[in-house]
Design a protein around this ligand. Structure first.
Ligand code: TXA
Ligand code: MG
Length: 327
C-alpha cells in the first residue's frame, strides 16, 4: 500500500509546519523531527512525540548563516570561520541567542545550537518557510537515530503529519557540535559527521573535547544510555566476547575483513565496511544497529571497535560505546 504520509512534496511539508504540526525532514546526518522553532506550542509537540525530557535542548536549522543571525548574539571569530567553511554541512555551533528563540528550545540556556543542514529538499523547504526549524533526531528519546524514512515511520508514524523523503542519509552520524569558552576557544561537545581533524585544520589548532559527563547533561548526547538498542550490546574485541558468551544467540557487528570462524559462531552478522572505511561505516551504522536489534533472533549484539585512525572512527566508536551503556 502506498504510504500517504511519505513523499517529496515540499509545499505540503511547509503547510503542515506552518500549521504548527511536526514533519520529519531529511538531512545529510540523520532525519530530524521538525517544528517551527519560534513557536513554543509547536516545539512542545516535539518533546511530547519523542518522549524527550525538557532539559535536553534542540538544534535550530536554517538555510543559511545569514538567516540565523537575527536570533543570535555576538559570534566568536572561530565560530564565524567554521560556519563559513562548513555550512551547509554536518556541523552544529553553540552560539549566544537572543529572546526571539523560545526558552523551551534551549532548555533555558543562554546559547542556542544552530546548523545549516546539507540536503537539497530540506534546504528548499527552509528557504520557503518564514521561520527556522527546531529539530532533534527523529527517534524516540534514547533510541537509535533514523537514517532512512522507514526508520521514522516505524516508530513515529502516528506522531508526524508528514515525512519528507530524502532517501538514505549520506553521512549517517549526527552533526559534530562545537561550543566556545568565554574567551572564544572552541570545544567539542559531540563528535559527529564532520571529522575533528578537518575542524582543527581549518582553525589551525587542536580542539579539546568536553569531558563526557553522565551526571550533568549540559551537553549533547552525554546522557549515558543513548542510541541503545533493545538487544543488549557489548562493545569490544569480538573473539573475546564471542568466546565469553558461547551458547547465546549472537549478532556480530564487525568492521573490515572479519574472520570466518567468528562469523560462523554468530547467528547474524553485518560488517560496517568490509574494506575498512570509517566513512562507509558511519553511513551504515544506525541502519545496521536497527537491523540487528531483534530480540526475537538475538540475545546479544557484539560490536567491534573501529581502529582510531579512521577519519570518523572516534565518532562511530562514541556511538557504539553509548549504545553499550545500559541503565
Ligand atoms: O545532525 C544532527 O545534529 C541532527 C539533525 C536532525 O540535525 N540533530 C540532532 O539533534 O542530532 P538531537 O536533538 O538528537 O541532538 C542534539 C544535541 C542534544 O544532545 C542536545 O543536548 C544538544 O545537542 N544541544 C542542543 N542545544 C544545546 C545547547 N544550547 N547547549 C548544549 N547542548 C545543546
Ligand atoms: Mg538524538
Amino acid at each position: 500500500m502506498k504510504d500517504l504520509q511519505l513523499g517529496t512534496d515540499i509545499d505540503r511539508a511547509a503547510r503542515h509546519l506552518s500549521a504548527g504540526e511536526l514533519v520529519a525532514i531529511p538531512t545529510e546526518t540523520v532525519y530530524g523531527l521538525a517544528a517551527n522553532a519560534l513557536d513554543e506550542t509547536s516545539v512542545a509537540r516535539i518533546f511530547k512525540a519523542k518522549n524527550r525530557p525538557h532539559f535536553d535542548p534542540l538544534i535550530v536549522h536554517s538555510h543559511s548563516f545569514a538567516a540565523l543571525l537575527p536570533y543570535l548574539g555576538e559570534i566568536p571569530p572561530a565560530a564565524l570561520k567554521l560556519a563559513e567553511s562548513y555550512w551547509p554541512g554536518p556541523l552544529t555551533l553553540l552560539l549566544p541567542r537572543n529572546e526571539r528563540i523560545p526558552d523551551l528550545v534551549t532548555a533555558g540556556l543562554p546559547r542556542v545550537a544552530v546548523r545549516v543542514p546539507r540536503h537539497p529538499l530540506t534546504l528548499e523547504l527552509l528557504v520557503k518557510l518564514p521561520f527556522p526549524l527546531a529539530a532533534p533526531s527523529a527517534n524516540p528519546f534514547g533510541y537509535i537515530s533514523p537514517t532512512r524514512p522507514r526508520h521514522v515511520l516505524d516508530q513515529l508514524a502516528d506522531r508526524v503529519s508528514y515525512v519528507l523523503d530524502g532517501g538514505p542519509c549520506a553521512v549517517g552520524l549526527e552533526s559534530t557540535i562545537i561550543g566556545f569558552e568565554p574567551d572564544g576557544e572552541p570545544l567539542i561537545y559531540r563528535r559527529g559527521g564532520l571529522p575533528t581533524a578537518a575542524l582543527e585544520a581549518t582553525l589551525g589548532r587542536s580542539i579539546p573535547a568536553l569531558e563526557t559527563s553522565t551526571s550533568q547533561p549540559q551537553a549533547p548526547g552525554t546522557l549515558h544510555s543513548h542510541y541503545a538498542p533493545r538487544v543488549p550490546l557489548l562493545f569490544g574485541d569480538p573473539a573475546t566476547l564471542i568466546a565469553r558468551h558461547h551458547g547465546k544467540r549472537l549478532a556480530l557487528l564487525s568492521f573490515g575483513a572479519t574472520a570466518h570462524d567468528l562469523i560462523k559462531r554468530a547467528a547474524g552478522h553485518i560488517s560496517l565496511s568490509p574494506r575498512g572505511d570509517s566513512i562507509v561505516a558511519a553511513a551504515r551504522l544506525f541502519a545496521a544497529l536497527r537491523e540487528l536489534d531483534r530480540p526475537d533472533r538475538f540475545d546479544l549484539i557484539i560490536a567491534e571497535p573501529l581502529p582510531e585512525d579512521g577519519v570518523l572512527a572516534a565518532a562511530v566508536n562514541d556511538r557504539l560505546r553509548r549504545a553499550a551503556a545500559h541503565g
